[in-house]
Structures are given as structure tokens and as C-alpha cells.
Write a protein that binds this ligand. Structure first.
Ligand SMILES: NC(=O)c1ccc[n+]([C@@H]2O[C@H](COP(=O)([O-])OP(=O)(O)OC[C@H]3O[C@@H](n4cnc5c(N)ncnc54)[C@H](OP(=O)(O)O)[C@@H]3O)[C@@H](O)[C@H]2O)c1
Length: 172
């Protein structure tokens, strides 16, 4: 049986580490959202409660949505809820196996990315080419521990506020 890889991301991160502002994304990057959809489609996705709340359309269709919350009364419609990250990953792996998916994607926010980065085999990372004001940050990734396997630079196209680079990193 092929292994199922845990991925951190897709993560979109500004040069200064910002990933969020006021409960949402601090930019409009239509091309990157299309990449997010393509990368995650058909795969279980794990997210924090605030990221779930930030989604304009819930759940993310075509994907098992797993939401982490410590609030026992929280009942997200169309998603599974979990109180523990390790348990969420175990449930997601079982679901991936059932669906024939090869990856489980942790899609944020900040604390979930940190938990995922400690265990993930792959990072889907979009480096946004700007310093952005925001209130949610990702700590720097130690890239000596990762090998870049692809990188594609995009100019700011229609619907994109900034240029950006979509990268894939694999654990060394
Ligand atoms: N740029 C990107 O790639 C990206 C991706 C995702 C999100 N974002 C942005 O990031 C912001 C939201 O992220 P955030 O970091 O503030 O919040 P978040 O991680 O989405 O959600 C935090 C909540 O998740 C639950 N949680 C977190 N860790 C947990 C754990 N180990 N066990 C159980 N529950 C846990 C808690 O929910 P309870 O309070 O219910 O207990 C916590 O308050 C928004 O601005 C969003 O737009 C950006």
C-alpha cells in the first residue's frame, strides 16, 4: 500500500510571516486559491475552528473537513470535529485510505501549521512577494531541513494583489 503523506498547507505566507488578518486572508490571490483547491481536492483537510469560520463557503466541497476545537458544544455543519490534533490526523488518514487519497492536508491556522510542520513530509508553500500587515503569523521555516522539489513564480495576474511563488518542499 502506498503511504499517505501528511502535508503542511497549502500555506500562503507573506515575506514577514503574516498569514492572516481580522479573521481572514490579508490579500486577494485568485490564482493561489485555485492552486489551493487543486492541491486539496479529494483529500481530507484539517483546520482550526477560526479557519473554519473564515471560510466563505463551508464545508470545502469534495474534501472531508475536520475542524479542531476544544469547545465540546461546537458542531460545525458538514464537518467532523476533533479536540486533539493527533486524533484528527488519525481520523484523516483512515478517511484518506478509504477515499484512495495519498495526502492529508493541514490547512491552518498558525498553531495547526506549527503542529503539522513538526510531523509533515511535505509543505505546500506560497510565498507572497510583499510585507503585509496582519495579526496571524507563521514562525520561520527552517529550510535546511527541507528540499525544494518545485517552485513556480507567478506575476500578479487578474484577481491577484501581489506576485507570488508556489513551492513544494519535502522533508530531507
Ligand atoms: N494564509 C494562509 O495560508 C492561511 C491558512 C489558514 C488560515 N489563515 C488565516 O489565519 C487566521 C486563523 O488562524 P488562527 O491561527 O487564528 O486560528 P485557527 O488555528 O484556525 O483556529 C484556532 C482554534 O482552533 C482550535 N485549536 C487550535 N489548536 C488546537 C488543538 N491543538 N487542539 C484542539 N483545538 C485546537 C481552537 O478552537 P476553540 O477556540 O474552538 O477551542 C483555537 O481557538 C485567519 O485570519 C485565517 O484567514 C491563513
Amino acid at each position: 500500500m502506498l503511504p499517505i503523506t501528511l502535508t503542511a498547507g497549502p500555506i500562503a505566507r507573506a515575506r514577514n510571516g503574516v498569514i492572516g488578518k481580522d479573521g481572514g486572508l490579508p490579500w486577494r490571490l485568485k490564482t493561489d486559491l485555485a492552486n489551493f483547491r487543486a492541491v486539496t481536492m479529494g483529500k481530507p483537510v484539517i483546520m482550526g475552528r477560526k479557519t473554519w469560520e473564515s471560510l466563505p463557503k463551508k464545508p470545502l466541497v469534495g474534501r472531508t473537513n475536520i475542524v479542531l476545537s476544544r469547545d465540546g458544544s461546537f458542531e460545525p455543519k458538514g464537518a467532523l470535529v476533533c479536540e486533539d490534533f493527533t486524533e484528527a490526523v488519525a481520523i484523516a488518514r483512515e478517511q484518506a485510505e478509504e477515499d484512495g487519497a495519498r495526502e492529508v492536508c493541514v490547512i491552518g491556522g498558525a498553531s495547526l501549521f506549527e503542529l503539522a510542520l513538526a510531523k509533515a513530509g511535505r509543505i505546500y508553500l506560497t510565498d507572497v512577494d510583499a510585507d503585509i500587515e496582519g495579526d496571524t503569523h507563521l514562525s520561520p521555516i527552517d529550510e535546511t531541513r527541507w528540499t525544494e522539489v518545485s517552485a513556480k513564480a507567478y506575476p500578479a495576474g487578474e484577481g491577484d494583489d501581489y506576485p507570488f511563488t508556489i513551492r513544494v518542499l519535502e522533508r530531507r
